[in-house]
Design a protein. Structure first.
Length: 179
Protein backbone atom coordinates (compact mmCIF):
# COMPACT_ATOMS: atom_id res chain seq x y z
CA UNK A 1 0.00 0.00 0.00
CA UNK A 2 1.13 3.54 -0.76
CA UNK A 3 1.40 6.27 1.85
CA UNK A 4 0.30 9.48 0.15
CA UNK A 5 1.14 12.81 1.76
CA UNK A 6 -1.04 15.82 0.95
CA UNK A 7 -1.08 19.34 2.34
CA UNK A 8 -0.18 22.93 1.67
CA UNK A 9 3.30 24.19 0.85
CA UNK A 10 5.83 23.91 3.67
CA UNK A 11 3.83 21.48 5.77
CA UNK A 12 6.66 18.95 5.46
CA UNK A 13 5.46 16.56 2.76
CA UNK A 14 8.78 16.14 0.95
CA UNK A 15 11.14 16.10 3.91
CA UNK A 16 8.86 14.01 6.11
CA UNK A 17 8.18 11.67 3.19
CA UNK A 18 11.90 11.12 2.60
CA UNK A 19 12.48 10.34 6.28
CA UNK A 20 9.44 8.05 6.54
CA UNK A 21 10.51 6.22 3.38
CA UNK A 22 14.03 5.73 4.71
CA UNK A 23 12.78 4.44 8.08
CA UNK A 24 10.35 2.01 6.44
CA UNK A 25 12.68 1.03 3.55
CA UNK A 26 10.07 2.11 1.02
CA UNK A 27 10.82 4.01 -2.17
CA UNK A 28 10.06 7.74 -2.05
CA UNK A 29 8.48 9.72 -4.89
CA UNK A 30 7.90 13.46 -4.88
CA UNK A 31 5.48 14.31 -7.69
CA UNK A 32 6.88 17.84 -8.07
CA UNK A 33 10.37 16.40 -8.53
CA UNK A 34 9.06 13.95 -11.13
CA UNK A 35 7.46 16.86 -12.99
CA UNK A 36 10.67 18.89 -12.82
CA UNK A 37 12.74 15.95 -14.05
CA UNK A 38 10.32 15.22 -16.88
CA UNK A 39 10.02 18.85 -17.94
CA UNK A 40 13.69 19.75 -17.37
CA UNK A 41 12.76 22.83 -15.34
CA UNK A 42 11.64 23.87 -11.87
CA UNK A 43 7.99 24.34 -10.93
CA UNK A 44 8.18 28.14 -11.01
CA UNK A 45 9.57 28.13 -14.56
CA UNK A 46 7.04 25.55 -15.74
CA UNK A 47 4.20 27.65 -14.35
CA UNK A 48 5.68 30.84 -15.84
CA UNK A 49 6.00 29.18 -19.26
CA UNK A 50 2.81 27.12 -19.37
CA UNK A 51 0.50 28.54 -16.69
CA UNK A 52 -1.16 26.90 -13.70
CA UNK A 53 -3.82 25.12 -15.75
CA UNK A 54 -1.27 23.24 -17.87
CA UNK A 55 0.87 22.53 -14.80
CA UNK A 56 -2.16 20.98 -13.07
CA UNK A 57 -2.75 18.72 -16.11
CA UNK A 58 0.86 17.54 -15.97
CA UNK A 59 0.55 17.05 -12.20
CA UNK A 60 -2.52 14.84 -12.71
CA UNK A 61 -0.74 12.72 -15.31
CA UNK A 62 2.26 12.25 -13.02
CA UNK A 63 0.08 11.36 -10.02
CA UNK A 64 -1.83 8.79 -12.05
CA UNK A 65 1.46 7.28 -13.25
CA UNK A 66 2.98 7.20 -9.75
CA UNK A 67 -0.11 5.50 -8.33
CA UNK A 68 0.12 2.59 -10.80
CA UNK A 69 2.59 0.78 -8.57
CA UNK A 70 2.35 0.02 -4.88
CA UNK A 71 4.36 0.17 -1.66
CA UNK A 72 5.93 3.60 -1.75
CA UNK A 73 5.76 6.96 -0.01
CA UNK A 74 4.41 9.72 -2.24
CA UNK A 75 4.67 13.45 -1.55
CA UNK A 76 2.17 15.33 -3.70
CA UNK A 77 2.07 18.96 -4.73
CA UNK A 78 -0.02 21.23 -2.53
CA UNK A 79 -2.67 21.74 -5.20
CA UNK A 80 -3.22 18.09 -6.04
CA UNK A 81 -6.56 18.21 -4.22
CA UNK A 82 -7.94 20.82 -6.63
CA UNK A 83 -8.76 18.22 -9.29
CA UNK A 84 -11.52 15.71 -8.51
CA UNK A 85 -9.79 13.20 -10.79
CA UNK A 86 -6.75 13.32 -8.50
CA UNK A 87 -8.94 12.74 -5.45
CA UNK A 88 -10.56 9.76 -7.16
CA UNK A 89 -7.18 8.37 -8.24
CA UNK A 90 -5.84 8.55 -4.69
CA UNK A 91 -8.96 6.92 -3.30
CA UNK A 92 -8.96 4.17 -5.94
CA UNK A 93 -5.29 3.42 -5.28
CA UNK A 94 -6.22 2.03 -1.85
CA UNK A 95 -3.33 3.98 -0.36
CA UNK A 96 -3.47 5.81 2.95
CA UNK A 97 -3.80 9.55 2.37
CA UNK A 98 -2.25 11.62 5.15
CA UNK A 99 -2.87 15.34 5.39
CA UNK A 100 0.11 17.14 6.85
CA UNK A 101 -1.55 20.21 8.29
CA UNK A 102 0.00 23.45 9.58
CA UNK A 103 -1.28 26.89 10.50
CA UNK A 104 -0.83 29.89 8.22
CA UNK A 105 1.68 31.34 10.71
CA UNK A 106 3.79 28.18 10.66
CA UNK A 107 3.67 27.97 6.87
CA UNK A 108 4.69 31.62 6.48
CA UNK A 109 7.56 31.19 8.94
CA UNK A 110 8.79 28.10 7.11
CA UNK A 111 8.45 29.73 3.69
CA UNK A 112 10.40 32.81 4.76
CA UNK A 113 13.19 30.59 6.09
CA UNK A 114 13.42 28.40 2.97
CA UNK A 115 15.83 29.66 0.33
CA UNK A 116 14.22 27.33 -2.22
CA UNK A 117 10.80 28.98 -1.87
CA UNK A 118 11.09 31.33 -4.90
CA UNK A 119 12.00 28.53 -7.33
CA UNK A 120 9.75 25.87 -5.89
CA UNK A 121 6.73 27.86 -4.81
CA UNK A 122 5.53 30.33 -7.42
CA UNK A 123 2.70 32.69 -6.51
CA UNK A 124 -0.72 31.13 -6.74
CA UNK A 125 -2.74 34.33 -6.71
CA UNK A 126 -0.45 37.33 -7.18
CA UNK A 127 -1.47 38.61 -3.72
CA UNK A 128 0.92 39.23 -0.85
CA UNK A 129 2.38 36.01 0.51
CA UNK A 130 0.46 36.31 3.78
CA UNK A 131 -2.86 37.00 2.06
CA UNK A 132 -2.24 34.18 -0.42
CA UNK A 133 -1.49 31.62 2.29
CA UNK A 134 -4.49 32.58 4.44
CA UNK A 135 -6.95 32.64 1.53
CA UNK A 136 -5.63 29.50 -0.15
CA UNK A 137 -5.68 27.55 3.11
CA UNK A 138 -9.26 28.64 3.75
CA UNK A 139 -10.24 27.35 0.32
CA UNK A 140 -8.19 24.14 0.37
CA UNK A 141 -8.60 22.95 3.97
CA UNK A 142 -11.99 21.32 3.28
CA UNK A 143 -10.50 19.62 0.21
CA UNK A 144 -7.56 18.26 2.21
CA UNK A 145 -9.91 17.15 4.99
CA UNK A 146 -12.18 15.37 2.52
CA UNK A 147 -9.30 13.53 0.87
CA UNK A 148 -7.47 12.51 4.05
CA UNK A 149 -7.64 9.21 5.86
CA UNK A 150 -5.45 10.65 8.62
CA UNK A 151 -4.45 14.17 9.71
CA UNK A 152 -1.12 15.02 11.33
CA UNK A 153 -0.55 18.57 12.55
CA UNK A 154 3.04 19.60 11.86
CA UNK A 155 3.00 22.98 13.65
CA UNK A 156 4.99 21.73 16.63
CA UNK A 157 6.93 18.88 15.00
CA UNK A 158 9.96 18.74 12.78
CA UNK A 159 9.90 16.30 9.84
CA UNK A 160 11.62 13.48 11.76
CA UNK A 161 9.08 13.75 14.58
CA UNK A 162 6.25 13.87 12.04
CA UNK A 163 7.57 10.73 10.32
CA UNK A 164 7.64 8.96 13.70
CA UNK A 165 4.09 10.08 14.46
CA UNK A 166 2.91 8.74 11.09
CA UNK A 167 4.65 5.42 11.66
CA UNK A 168 3.14 5.05 15.14
CA UNK A 169 -0.37 5.89 13.90
CA UNK A 170 -0.16 3.47 10.98
CA UNK A 171 1.32 0.72 13.16
CA UNK A 172 -1.37 1.24 15.81
CA UNK A 173 -4.12 1.10 13.17
CA UNK A 174 -2.56 -2.03 11.69
CA UNK A 175 -2.24 -0.32 8.32
CA UNK A 176 0.23 -2.25 6.21
CA UNK A 177 2.60 -0.05 4.27
CA UNK A 178 5.32 -2.50 3.47
CA UNK A 179 7.59 -1.40 6.32
Amino acid sequence: MNVILIGYRCTGKSTTGEIFARVTSLPFVDTDRVIESTMGSNVASIVADLGWEEFRKIESQVLKQVLTSDSKVIATGGGVVLDKKNLAAMEESAGTVIWLRASADTILRRMSGDIATPGLRPSLTGNSLEQEVVETLAFRDPLYRGAADLVVNTDLHDPAETATIIQKILDKKGVGYGG
